[in-house]
Ligand binder design. Structure first.
Ligand code: MN3
Length: 206
């Protein structure tokens, strides 16, 4: 089964004024679609066509060497963006604010406060040189951790479970923010979907 582009649960303009409709449309319909086209082509005739993308990225060494880098980059792009769309919600529909529930307690226990957590994730996003992602992940022991990855690398390939990610590729913000990544990252918190991230957290802890 070839992978297909997931529908967004909101309109392209739903995240305005923080993320503009044009950026969302190009990001989803062009960039994400391109990753899907390339991963589908790369996997054809590998015997991995029916695996989930998560399982493939968790076991990159099982991917034939001649397509491994293409799978890592484009499979990662498909996987990361599929998560990313659900990690955002319109401010009119619950986006933004601070988390409630189990994750709020764990963030406090791990980082001391929500503000410290947010500052550390912002630092990870701003210090990622070039293209990549900043992540909040759950490690093998259930502990929360902040890190960043280059390109479309996913924490799944390191045995970690991503529960919140910020795309810091220029394609995610350049139309509206040009070179001002810090402004984009700070605006992004207005559309963070804590309800979904709480779900991701509970699922990751099992
Ligand atoms: Mn992107």
């Amino acid at each position: 089964m070839a992978y297909t582009l997931p529908n967004l649960s909101f309109a392209y303009n739903a995240l305005e004024p923080f993320i503009d409709a044009k950026t969302m449309e190009i990001h989803h319909a062009k960039h994400h679609q391109a990753y899907i086209d390339k991963i589908n082509a790369a996997l054809s005739a590998t015997g991995l066509e029916n695996e989930t993308i998560e399982k493939i990225l968790m076991n990159l060494n099982d991917v034939p060497e001649n397509v491994r880098m293409v799978v890592r980059n484009n499979g990662g792009g498909h996987c990361n963006h599929s998560l990313f769309w659900n990690m955002m919600a319109s401010p009119q529909n619950g986006g933004g604010g601070e988390p409630k529930g189990t994750l709020a307690v764990s963030l406090h226990q791990t980082f001391g406060s929500f503000d410290v957590f947010q500052k550390k994730l912002n630092d990870a996003a701003l210090n990622r040189f070039g293209s990549g992602w900043a992540w909040l992940v759950v490690d093998e022991t259930g502990k929360l951790e902040i890190l960043s990855t280059a390109n479309q690398d996913t924490p799944l390939s390191e045995g970690l479970k991503p529960i919140l990610g910020i795309d810091v590729w220029e394609h995610a913000y350049y139309l509206l923010y040009q070179n001002r990544r810090a402004d984009y990252v700070s605006a992004w918190w207005n559309v963070v979907n804590w309800e979904q991230i709480e779900k991701n957290y509970l699922e990751a802890r099992g």
